[in-house]
Design a protein around this ligand. Structure first.
Ligand code: SF4
Length: 763
């Protein structure tokens, strides 16, 4: 079934067709209208613009959205598997590629055990239906404990704080921006990023409308970002000090009798503990650490408490810091204390149509969150949610001994650019005995691969945001079938992942991926028929599978999740309810309405309550206090930066996104530039404990003195990379400066903001 409209009967438009697709490039999930025309070689994309009828984005699109065409047509994008022989890549057929993996990787696993192979799962998997569903099978088949992902590079602290407080890593309250009166935003720049862990198209428009209707937007950020420029107030905090500010706001609100928990009052445990741990953190105590005035902190706290509705929202600048989990926790402590959790205009929980654990099973019934069940081999850093922190990857590879990582599988990830001490990791990956990548480019990491398995382009695969719609600012659902057919011989993405899983299991290079698919859906259905809250409780498994036939792959799983979800048709119980067929008949998506109050049913904690003071977080407050005493002053600290035309490391090969003045520059305050003798365009050396880069300077008063900002995801000048456009706009890799010894001890998350550095004029 296709959502493509039929060709017009006559006239110039007769040759074109229109398809609709959700953009998978960032978390905003905008609807796209794609015009195609037939050519002798198949349909060609002639235009991509915002879908004005999309129920969520209403025509909004950013400059990246239209580049799905360039990404699809990129001559550097891999269309066939590559195998490396004598140091050079050669195109091979799919059977040969899987046979090569079997030949090279399985002997390593046989000799050294499953942990000898590490896995890195990159950020694009969060936006990818097949990746989200079938990577699980891959990880299970490998059976290694050395699993890493982009989550411990950017968001694990929020996942942990929400798991502890509300009972699920994706049970994340999101700011109800469209209805709030007061938004306190920390470490986020939606004008460039379009939002994160808070899915919505057109964040800029939503913020502008908030201010236009008389609301207040307060942006806390060491940099006067574009978002801060339009805010009611910019609070130029010191990098990494958000936890101190938030703790002091808790202290003000609780000590001045301003706390009013509203509908949460009877659903909270640990309120007294929060009051007690916050008590020492007066605004005066933390003023120096934050670089803010005590009176301003009091004013901010009182304004938050007094607003008719308000929400606190923190993102990348609050999670990629040494107190990341504490900061993430305090964001929601303030939402609870001010009575703004779960009310319109406050911080609310989405009701996702498919796959959300907070819509399945018994409400207010969950398991205890068990963190730190094991530790890494070399440094003893703790596991979280089955993964080890990305900051230990290099040492687990280059430190000899029992349990050493000798091989690596990457799935849509480029850790050599995106994780700390990139120089050490680059050398470590180069020294591995076998590297297998599922990727569309020969990039800084995959150039070390022995075998690369390319996935289809975004236009060639189906899409549904299973993860991101759990974090949406408005409840919608939207499915996109493939816009273009697969290249001849190209398997679907789920087939690539399932075949790789089968090779790892020892089933052979030619095993049928349908086996994995059948096992996965059968396990899901079995779980559901025995779940008394499921609409198929008590059904025969075969009857459910028959009802899903003849679909296969992710579409079959998605149909099952939709039909058993909160808006689902319940396999006939609600004939007007949601199913994949229903979504296919609604190519602009289905609107399920504004966010709804969901307490207490949304909770999945063991006691069905909001844990306001999880013991592991309360215990970590001592470190916050110690950090205040022992806070070292550094001449400079490094922070990151996001640009609207950039998206982590992998979109720099699109010329329309990288043309114009270089974006990989170091922002420096004029006072610092004058002290260092640097002017706009001069080159600076920025040096940390682990490395140095040489980077052009942009002098700007939009940054705090003592702070230097370099965007991440650049540094495409390494030998062997096959990114012709990106290599011509290489930039520098800021992760050559990120220090793998700096991390948040609860989540293991890398510190990417607030890295001590030295800055000097380049000779
Ligand atoms: S904002 Fe994100 S989802 Fe929307 S068009 Fe841009 S890249 Fe795509």
């Amino acid at each position: 079934m296709s959502i493509a409209e039929p060709p017009a009967a006559s006239g110039p438009a007769a040759a074109t067709r229109t398809a609709h697709r959700t953009c998978p490039l960032c978390e905003a999930s905008c609807g796209l209208e794609i015009t195609l025309r037939p050519t002798p070689d198949g349909d060609e994309v002639v235009r991509i613009r915002g879908d004005r009828d999309d129920v969520f984005s209403r025509g909004y699109i950013c400059p990246k959205g239209s580049t799905l065409k360039q990404l699809h047509e990129d001559p550097d994008r891999l269309r066939r598997p590559l195998v490396k022989r004598d140091g050079a890549f050669f195109e091979v057929g799919w059977d040969e590629a899987f046979a090569e993996i079997e030949r090279r990787l399985l002997p390593i696993l046989d000799e050294h055990g499953r942990d000898a192979c590490g896995v890195y799962v990159g950020n694009p998997n969060a936006h990818n239906l097949a990746g989200l569903l079938y990577n699980r099978a891959l990880l299970r088949a490998l059976g290694s404990r050395n699993v890493f992902s982009a989550s411990t590079v950017d968001q694990r602290p929020k996942e942990i704080s929400c798991a502890l407080m509300f009972g699920g890593g994706l049970n994340v309250p999101v700011p109800d921006v469209d209805r709030t009166d007061h938004l306190l935003m920390l470490g986020a720049n939606p004008f460039a990023s379009n939002g994160s862990l808070a899915t919505a198209p057109d964040w800029p428009g939503r913020l502008e409308r908030l201010v236009e209707r008389g609301g207040t937007l307060v942006v806390v950020d060491p940099r006067r970002s574009r978002t801060a420029e339009m805010a009611s107030e910019w609070v130029p905090i010191r990098p990494g000090a958000d936890a101190y500010l938030l703790m002091a706001m808790v202290q003000v609100i609780t000590s001045e009798g301003l706390a009013d928990l509203g509908r949460c009052a009877d659903l909270v445990t640990g309120l007294d503990d929060v009051v007690a741990v916050a008590a020492p953190f007066t605004p005066e105590l933390i003023a120096h650490a934050t670089g803010l005035e005590a009176d301003d902190i009091r004013r901010m706290a009182r304004a938050l408490a007094a607003a008719p509705t308000a929400c606190v929202y923190g993102r990348i600048g609050t999670t990629t810091v040494e107190f990341g989990t504490l900061t993430s926790w305090l964001v929601d402590v303030l939402n609870v204390l001010t009575g703004n959790l779960d009310r319109p205009g406050g911080a609310m929980f989405a009701t996702a149509a498919a796959g959300a654990s907070n819509t399945r099973g018994r409400p207010r019934f969950g398991r205890e969150v068990r963190l730190h069940r094991r530790t890494s081999r070399v440094r003893g850093l703790p596991e979280t949610f089955g993964e080890l922190p990305a900051v230990v990857m290099a040492e687990e590879m280059d430190t000899p001994g029992e349990g050493q990582i000798r091989a690596l599988i990457t799935v849509a990830g480029n850790p050599v650019l995106s994780t700390p001490n990139a120089g050490r990791l680059d050398a470590a990956v180069a020294g591995l005995e076998c590297v297998v990548a599922v990727d569309v480019y020969v990039n800084e990491t995959t150039r070390h691969a022995d075998v690369i398995l390319p996935a289809p382009s975004a236009l060639e695969k189906a899409h549904y945001d299973v993860a991101l719609l759990q974090l949406a600012l408005h409840d919608t659902s939207n499915f996109s079938p493939p816009v273009l057919p697969l290249d001849p011989d190209q398997p679907t993405e789920w087939e690539v992942l399932a075949r790789l899983a089968l090779v790892l299991q020892g089933a052979g290079a030619t095993a049928d991926p349908a086996v994995v698919d059948d096992l996965m859906i059968t396990a899901m259905v079995q779980g559901s028929v025995s779940d008394e809250t499921s609409p198929v409780h008590g059904w025969d498994v075969e009857d459910v599978l028959d009802a899903l036939a003849p679909r296969r792959g992710p579409e079959r799983i998605l149909d099952f999740l939709l039909r058993t979800g909160p808006y689902g048709d319940g396999f006939g119980a609600d004939p007007g309810g949601l199913s994949l067929d229903h979504l296919l008949a609604h190519p602009h998506g289905v609107d399920h309405g504004a966010l709804k109050s969901r307490l207490p049913d949304v909770l999945r904690t063991p006691d069905g309550m909001i844990a306001l003071a999880p013991p592991i977080l309360v215990a970590d407050v001592a470190r916050l206090l110690d950090g205040l005493d022992g806070r070292r002053e550094h001449p400079f600290v490094l922070i990151g930066r996001r640009d609207l035309r950039s998206n982590n490391s992998w979109m720099h090969n699109v010329s329309v996104l990288v043309k114009g003045k270089p974006r990989c520059t170091a922002h420096l305050h004029p006072d610092d530039a004058a002290t260092l003798g640097l002017a706009d365009g001069d080159e600076a050396i920025v040096r940390s404990r682990v490395g140095e880069v040489r980077v052009p300077v942009e002098v700007t008063d939009a940054i705090r003195p003592g702070v230097v900002s370099i965007p991440h995801g650049w540094g495409h000048d390494l030998g062997g990379v096959q990114l012709s456009v990106a290599s011509a706009h290489a930039g520098v890799n800021s992760n050559r400066l990120a220090d793998e010894t700096l991390f948040d001890p609860i989540s293991g998350n890398a510190v990417l903001n607030g890295i001590p550095v030295e800055v000097l004029a380049a000779p």
